[in-house]
Design a protein around this ligand. Structure first.
Ligand code: MLT
Ligand code: MN
Ligand code: ZN
Length: 295
């Protein structure tokens, strides 16, 4: 299984266009600290790739990744579709940028499809431009080229634009289990982890590599930064460190574990931050943009 990390930042990116916080100012001053919105490219068979989430940076992310460049025909693209973990805007706004495609497959869970079609109206809006084949992701493995993909229920956290819609099923926000039967390797992608569910724990135990929500270092970070009156957990993102954090659970796994979806307030955005040593001591990593993961 071959993946390319296309971005590792939470909604807003690093830097965020309207933010002068130390993290964003640092990323403006040091271009190597910049992070695009969290996303992956997954090769499903030779010359055929799926994007995992479609971010507002999608066009630049494709340009940055040679494997995703078009050719040899003038409008021939290796990008066959998109897999979605949720319906959040930082993971779906890029769908509109795929409107030049002849056709594109978009796979997501039932509540996410309903949000995209009924709330964002993407079926009607994009229909005149391109043929989108909407398909459902469930907890059962769905063949995707040489691989399979399935959804691991995480939480009922909905995007703000879909507040009050649907039911409280934990399929609004899922982890994706990407499995390569020939190589017998599994990667788990969970950029939004509101709760550590039993299903998620089991999926982690069966994975060789886990890319997980690293939005906030600790629970009080959003309060300290002064941009929210909610804690990290209150915002639907389990923090990395602390008693309710994900680090101690991840460090107990055999899998290689990397944090992604870093908010611009997260000290891990600064390569000189002491938190990197703490993370290394736990045996955990921070994912970086353009990183290649081969399993
Ligand atoms: C989140 O990860 O909580 C959402 O993407 C927040 C947002 O950008 O609206
Ligand atoms: Mn997000
Ligand atoms: Zn900022």
């Amino acid at each position: 299984m071959l993946l390319r990390v296309l971005g590792t930042a939470a909604g807003g990116g690093l830097p965020q266009w309207n933010c002068a916080c130390p993290g964003c100012a640092g990323a403006r001053a040091h271009p190597r600290r910049r992070r695009r919105h969290a996303s992956l490219a997954l090769r499903t068979e030779a010359g055929r790739w799926y994007l995992v989430n479609a971010t507002p940076d999608l066009g630049d992310q494709i340009e940055d990744c040679p494997e995703l460049h078009p050719g040899p025909g003038p409008r021939h693209t290796p990008v066959a579709g998109v897999l979605l973990t949720d319906a959040e805007l930082d993971h779906t706004l890029g769908l509109a940028r795929l409107r030049e495609a002849r056709s594109v497959e978009v796979l997501a869970t039932a509540p996410v499809l309903t949000a995209l079609l009924d709330r964002l109206n993407l079926g009607e809006v994009l229909g005149p431009y391109t043929g989108i084949e909407w398909g459902e992701l469930t907890t059962l493995p769905r063949p995707l080229g040489e691989l399979t993909v399935s959804a691991v229920p995480v939480s009922a956290k909905r995007p703000r634009y879909a507040a009050g819609t649907g039911t409280d099923e934990p399929m609004w926000s899922v982890a994706l289990r990407l499995h390569d039967p020939a190589a017998r390797k599994t990667l788990l992608y969970a950029p939004a982890l509101a709760v550590w569910s039993e299903e998620f724990q089991e999926a982690c135990e069966g994975a060789d590599c886990v890319l997980v929500d690293g939005t906030f270092w600790d629970d009080d970070e959003p309060l300290r930064a002064g941009f929210s009156t909610r804690t990290a957990t209150g915002m639907g993102h389990l923090p990395i460190a602390g008693p309710g954090g994900t680090a101690h659970r991840l460090s107990a796994l055999r899998a290689r574990c990397l944090y992604t979806h870093l908010n611009n307030t997260n000290p891990l955005g600064d390569p000189g931050a002491a938190e990197h040593e703490q993370l290394a001591a736990w045996g955990l990593e921070t994912a970086t943009d353009r990183m290649v993961i081969e399993l």
